[in-house]
Structures are given as structure tokens and as C-alpha cells.
Ligand binder design. Structure first.
Ligand code: PMP
Length: 390
């Protein structure tokens, strides 16, 4: 039976990680892996998470099963952070805990695949490489559209709108809520409004992937566009990850919210989500979500978490500024947000940076800004500059 399976290409990013690990050069730079790093190059456990975990260790009395919805207190507390007060109280919206943002996206895909409409899912090109497989593996058609002006290294809103010309009423449009992976581009407030008008006029359903809230401009700022969109659209989905903004990566913490056209329709939506979750993972892992729940239910821990998150965000933005000022071709990086930027270089340049300068990134030229330290910006730019357009 298994001899009919085809070989699969290795994960490109894992290959980069492996090469970086094996490189003995002491001044090597890893801008490949997509995790936050501090000035010492580590991805620390956040202070509030440590405190919440200590609390769980001493106070948790049972690890008995929860339901397929996971920890509903976690999801409901998180709704205030992600959706804001008004939408968190909206009974058209129902949400459950998921294993990370990936689990939320996959559950969204399975839900869409269960509808009579079985919509096409439109994703921007380029996007996070896992987006198309997640929807494709659920049996949905994935279509892609432009939005990125590679020459300018920036978002082109007209290209985005034109790219969606072929989308039919009921089709789903996948949007990065903030901190776009891989381009760092973002809609401004006016563009989110235009988008909301377009979505409503054409009957499109937005699916917002919010995986980096708080790492762009701030917690409320990073969700503002999505909230405006949800307020306008009759139907929408939000796939959320706590894995970056709580630095819980391997704990797999996320949630999916679905906005139904009415509270009555939200009931079968929720029931279907629970049935699907039951067959996908039965119930999500508890520990990381329990830590988030502890943080969000305690004012002091929440303040501590927000302060540390703000510090992470400021470090990223200071590095963005330094890169943007270092070379004209990198100027858009200073205006953009989040961990990632797409460098205007080709595969050959990526290889040369790796071989000659021990600088590691995937062939796409995507860099994780937080992989840099203030002292490595100058050598990074020196190595990169000959490959940049002028
Ligand atoms: N969406 C985007 C845009 C991402 O970059 C990622 C993580 N790389 C995810 C979703 C998935 O997050 P998680 O690790 O929580 O599954």
C-alpha cells in the first residue's frame, strides 16, 4: 500500500535551519526561522507566561479532558483582545480554541468544505507557504491574486482589487490581519474601509489570519482594520494564533471565530465546528491556552505581558528603521510591520550570502527582522548591498 506514495520535497525552511546549525562560522546570522528573537538571539519564555505557568503548577487540580471547544474561558477572554469589546459581545460570533493558528485555519477550511457553496479561497501571492496546502488538503479550490509590487517592495492596492476581479459571491478572501508574512505590507485604515465596502458589495467572505497581533503597531492598532471589516461584513472568519504574541510557539495556542449572519445561524456553525474538531484533534492541547487564560484574567499579569510585547514590537520597529535607513532599496522595510520582509534579491544572491557571509534565509529572500541584532545590522547590510537594486 505505502509503496504507492511519492517522495516529498524537504521543507525549505528546515533545510536552511539545518545548514545554519552546521555552519561553524562564529559570526553567522540566521534571518530564516520565523520566531521572535531578542538582542541576545534567544526566543525567551515571556515573564507573564512563566508566572502563569508557576500558578498552574501549584494550583491546577485536574488534567481531565475538556470538550472539543477546549478552554472556553481562554477563547472568550482572548476575544476581548482580538475582536474588541463590541464584537466580543456579538452573539453572531462563535469561537473555539484550536491547536495554534494552523489548527484554526484548518478548522476554517474544513468548515468551508462542509458548506453547500464549497467556496474558492483566494490567497495573495506571495503568502505564508502553508496557506494553500491547508485549504487544498481540505478539498477546496485555492486561487491566487496579486497585491505586491516587487519592484517597489510595497503593497499595490489597485493590484489587490484587480486580482480579485474573478472572485464570485460567496468566495472567501484570506487576509493577513497585520504583520504580513512574508512581505510585512499592511492595508492602511482607508484601504481596510475600501476593502469592507468591496467585500459587502460583492458578497465575498473575509477570512482574517491574525497570527502576530501586537507585533506590528500595537494590540489595538493591529486589529483595527479587521474589526472594521467584521463590523461591515455579514459573514467572516478569524483564525488567531497566540504562538507569537505570547511566545508559546510549541504549545500550539490558537482560536477560530466565525461570524454568522445571525445568532440563529451561529448555532449550527458552532455545532459543526465542534463535530469537525472532534474528528481532527478531539480537543486542543491545554497548557499554553491555560497560561494565556491566567494572564488575561489577571490585571497585573496582563499588564506585564503587554509591556513585554510592546518591548518586542519596539525592538522589531527599531531594527526596521535601521534597515530602512541603511539603503534606499530597503526603505519600504521601515514603513512595513511585523517580523518579516521580502528582500529584492534573487536565489543566486541568497546562495552567495549563505556561502560567503554565513547569512541564512530561504530562497525567497524572506528575512525575519528579529533575527538581527543592532550590532549585526551593519555587517548584514555590507554583505547585502552589492545584491540590491539601486
Ligand atoms: N498564519 C501565518 C501568517 C503565520 O505566519 C503562521 C506561523 N508561521 C501561522 C498562521 C500559524 O501559526 P501557528 O504556529 O500558531 O500554527
Amino acid at each position: 500500500m505505502f509503496d504507492t506514495l511519492d517522495r516529498q520535497p524537504p521543507d525549505a525552511l528546515l533545510a536552511v535551519i539545518g545548514m545554519h546549525r552546521a555552519d561553524p562560522r562564529p559570526d553567522k546570522i540566521d534571518v530564516g526561522v520565523g520566531v521572535y528573537r531578542d538582542e541576545t538571539g534567544t526566543t525567551p519564555v515571556m515573564g507573564a507566561v512563566k508566572a502563569a505557568e508557576a500558578r498552574l503548577l501549584s494550583e491546577q487540580v485536574s488534567k481531565s479532558y475538556l470538550g472539543a471547544e477546549g478552554d472556553q474561558t481562554f477563547t472568550d477572554s482572548l476575544a476581548h483582545v482580538a475582536l474588541g469589546e463590541a464584537l466580543a459581545a456579538d452573539s453572531r460570533i462563535t469561537g473555539i480554541q484550536t491547536p495554534g493558528g494552523t489548527g484554526a485555519l484548518r478548522l476554517a477550511a474544513e468548515l468551508l468544505a462542509r458548506t453547500e457553496r464549497r467556496p474558492t479561497v483566494w490567497v495573495g501571492a506571495p503568502t505564508w507557504p502553508n496557506h494553500a496546502p491547508i485549504f487544498g488538503e481540505a478539498g477546496l479550490r485555492v486561487a491566487s491574486h496579486g497585491y505586491f509590487d516587487a519592484a517597489r517592495g510595497d503593497l499595490d492596492f489597485n493590484l489587490f482589487v484587480d486580482g480579485l476581479t474573478g472572485a464570485q459571491p460567496g468566495d472567501v478572501v484570506l487576509l493577513h490581519g497585520c504583520c504580513h508574512n512574508p512581505t510585512g505590507t499592511a492595508f492602511d485604515a482607508a484601504q481596510w474601509q475600501q476593502l469592507a465596502t468591496m467585500v459587502v458589495a460583492r458578497g465575498l467572505v473575509p477570512l482574517v489570519d491574525l497570527a502576530y497581533q501586537g507585533l506590528g503597531r500595537g494590540l489595538a492598532e493591529d486589529a483595527a482594520g479587521m474589526r472594521a471589516l467584521l463590523t461591515a461584513a455579514p459573514e467572516a472568519l478569524v483564525a488567531y494564533s497566540c504562538d507569537k504574541n505570547f511566545a508559546l510557539y510549541r504549545e500550539r495556542v490558537g482560536a477560530l471565530w466565525v461570524q454568522a449572519p445571525s445568532p440563529a445561524v451561529a448555532v449550527p456553525v458552532r455545532e459543526t465546528l465542534l463535530v469537525l474538531a472532534r474528528s481532527l484533534w478531539s480537543m486542543p492541547p491545554d497548557h499554553g491556552a491555560a497560561a494565556v487564560r491566567e494572564i488575561l484574567s489577571d490585571a497585573a499579569l496582563s499588564a506585564d505581558w503587554q509591556a513585554e510585547l510592546t518591548g518586542m514590537c519596539e525592538r522589531i520597529n527599531a531594527l526596521r528603521l535601521a534597515l530602512g535607513q541603511a539603503h534606499p532599496a530597503l526603505a519600504p522595510i521601515a514603513r512595513q510591520q511585523g517580523l518579516f520582509a521580502l528582500l529584492p534579491i534573487d536565489r543566486g544572491a541568497v546562495r552567495q550570502l549563505r556561502e560567503r557571509h554565513a547569512i541564512y534565509m530561504p530562497d525567497s529572500g524572506r528575512i525575519n527582522i528579529a533575527g538581527l541584532r543592532h550590532e549585526t545590522v551593519a555587517p548584514f547590510i555590507d554583505a547585502l548591498a552589492p545584491h540590491l537594486p539601486l
